[in-house]
Each structure stands twice: as structure tokens, then as C-alpha cells.
Design a protein around this ligand. Sequence first.
Ligand code: FES
Length: 109
Amino acid sequence: VARHFVGDRLGSGPVGTVADLGPGQGAVLKVGGQRSAVYRDESGEIHAVSAVCTHLGCIVGFNDAERTWECPCHGSRFDVDGSVLQGPAVDPLRRLSADADGEPGADES
Ligand code: FES
């Protein structure tokens, strides 16, 4: 996994934690030591997947208009549950568990 992306966050908006996410908002957050692509849907449910693109390991960013995760490196796109919408990535973003408080689990496997 490439670790050369050192920016804190590629998403837009002043979101620092999962609790800051309003309905329909997504952000890349560092949760449990790993970069997580976290989206809160309109019903308040948290969708958390790894922010590491499965193509070559860049960090995805949230597209507010489309509500998708997009990779800045080669243009792969994923839905909020990590499924591939557009390549070159083939594999989905890894799903992370979210507990009742909406905090994604620190799944390092
Ligand atoms: Fe994400 Fe290539 S690293 S599309």
C-alpha cells in the first residue's frame, strides 16, 4: 500500500471527526490509525470503507455532487459502500465496521 499521500484530508468542508458529518456528507478521516472514507447517509447511518484506492493505493476524496468516492490518481470511482463504479480499480474499497456510535472500527486486517 502506497503511503506517500501525506495530506490530512482531501475531502471538502470542515469535518474533523465522524460526529461532524451531517446527513449526506462524506469525508476522509483518520480513524483507528487508518484513513477511512466515511459517509453519513440521509437516515443518519454511517458507511465506512477504507480510503485507500484498490488500484495503486492513492487516497480517495469525496465528490459532494455525486456522493461518490473518487481517486485523484487515475480516476477510479466508488459508491459510498465501496463498490467500483468506474475503473481502473477492479476491487471494491474494503468495508469497515461501524459501531452504534457511528465510529468505524479499527479493522487493520
Ligand atoms: Fe486510484 Fe489508480 S490509484 S485509480
